[in-house]
Design a protein around this ligand. Structure first.
Ligand SMILES: NC(=O)c1ccc[n+]([C@@H]2O[C@H](COP(=O)([O-])OP(=O)(O)OC[C@H]3O[C@@H](n4cnc5c(N)ncnc54)[C@H](O)[C@@H]3O)[C@@H](O)[C@H]2O)c1
Length: 312
């Protein structure tokens, strides 16, 4: 399958393109910068230029398009710029993909659509969080990602000949970040584990970039018309915390302590059961097996699990 990966040179896109390439697909990174792996083909393009995108995609004739290009960090640009850039990119890329004959189109949303971290407070209705949980974006990035999901769902209603979908990758950790490179937030993964406040706002979610790449591969190979337009959470099976998840969540967000009390052991506060049920995908990697250079963290035993009634 010939698959265009927009944003293919980015933190997530690099792994997605490599996983697709290694699985025998013809992955082509479409980005403003080159893909670092010379084995992966790339096309340099400003994806905000609609005419150029329509023309390039028509020439490339992809079987599938994975749309990742975006301003990927909340508040990293003025709010209006994030909103208009991310929503324009989604509409331009999805429309051009279908016009070029692509039969599979998958776009990246974000778990931030849920609304965690809102200045006015936020409490989950239940845990673990799943795709049925209400959304409440409170900044331009999260809102743009809700629109991305809407763009995908809209085209799914009008393009029955194609299969479309979106996914909400949790905090993406690339192979070099497990080895100590700074994350998109500037700190390292070891910093994030040593200071729970850094991951608290997102309820300790994360996903290995290669696991996310394998989700994309699975979706491209398995998704059919029966799930066109659907969104999926894509996260690790455990939480990015040394403490048991119930204890970590209760410390970070006391209003969620009751909902978190039944989360077993180190399990994630985000559920990927839908992806497992409909696509047969499950995450394979945990920070405990991937983090390098921090044996004190990797070897740390989670403390006692707190339940609503106290330590269990
Ligand atoms: N990294 C995360 O933790 C995370 C979490 C949830 C969702 N996401 C989403 O996943 C996607 C990828 O995130 P990432 O962390 O790899 O981001 P990134 O910033 O590392 O990569 C984005 C890539 O898109 C390219 N790009 C941006 N605008 C472009 C344009 N106009 N034309 C061509 N290329 C353009 C950039 O050059 C870059 O290579 C984004 O949509 C992001 O919102 C990421």
């Amino acid at each position: 399958m010939k698959v265009l990966v927009t944003g293919g040179a980015g933190r997530l896109g690099r792994s997605v393109a490599t996983v697709l390439h290694q699985a025998g697909h013809h992955a082509v990174s479409v980005d403003r910068v080159d893909h670092p792996d010379p084995a992966v083909d790339d096309v340099r393009l400003d994806l905000l230029d609609e005419d150029a995108v329509v023309s390039a995609f028509a020439d490339l004739r992809p079987d599938a398009v994975v749309h990742l290009a975006a301003i990927a960090v909340p508040f990293s640009a003025p709010e209006l710029q994030i909103l208009t850039t991310n929503t324009r990119l989604a509409q331009v890329v999805v429309d051009a993909s279908l016009r070029a004959g692509a039969r599979k189109v998958l776009a990246a949303g974000s778990p931030t659509v849920l609304g965690y971290g809102a200045p006015g407070g936020w409490t989950p209705r239940y845990l673990p969080l799943d795709e049925e949980h209400p959304t409440a974006p409170w900044n331009a990035y999260a809102l743009s990602k809700q629109v991305v999901e809407g763009v995908v769902a809209m085209h799914a209603r009008t393009a029955p000949e194609a299969v479309l979908g979106s996914f909400r990758p949790c905090f993406v950790v690339s192979p070099e970040e497990w080895a100590g490179a700074p994350t998109q937030q500037g700190h390292t993964i070891a910093d994030r584990l040593r200071d729970p406040a850094l991951a608290a706002v997102s309820l300790f979610n994360y996903v290995d970039a290669r696991d996310a790449g394998e989700f994309v591969l699975r979706w491209l190979e398995v998704a059919d018309a029966s799930i066109s337009g659907e969104a999926f959470f894509v996260g690790a099976a455990d939480a990015l915390a040394v403490l048991p998840t119930a204890q970590a969540v209760a410390g970070a967000l006391p209003s969620a302590a009751g909902a978190a009390a039944h989360l077993p052991g180190t399990s994630a506060a985000f559920s990927c059961a839908k992806a497992e049920r409909l696509l047969g995908w499950t995450p394979r990697r945990s920070w405990r097996g991937e983090l390098q250079g921090a044996p004190d963290l990797v070897g740390a035993r989670p403390g006692p699990v707190l339940t609503a009634g106290g330590p269990a």
